[in-house]
Design a protein. Structure first.
Length: 80
């Protein structure tokens, strides 16, 4: 499996859109009544939180620097 960088801002945005989908699915399934404008605050708040989370993550990663590179194999640097 390919490894990738964890991006918590995208996780927050995905959770907000999933919540918006659940709200509409509950309305479509007849579990509750949802006004047409109810999802707008959910999406806007989710995107704002995702942006703040992304900015915070970027500042933390910039302050701590990049991860050290992968360790080299023994003997790759010419030492025995």
């Amino acid at each position: 499996m390919l490894r990738h960088e964890f991006r918590p801002g995208r996780l927050v945005a995905g959770a907000a859109f999933t919540l918006a989908g659940v709200v509409y699915a509950g309305d479509a399934g007849g579990l509750w009544e949802t006004p047409w404008f109810a999802v707008i605050p959910i999406v806007v708040a989710g995107l704002c939180l995702a942006g703040a989370t992304g900015a915070l993550t970027r500042s933390i990663r910039r302050r701590h620097g990049r991860r050290p590179s992968a360790p080299t194999e023994a003997g790759a640097d010419g030492a025995a």
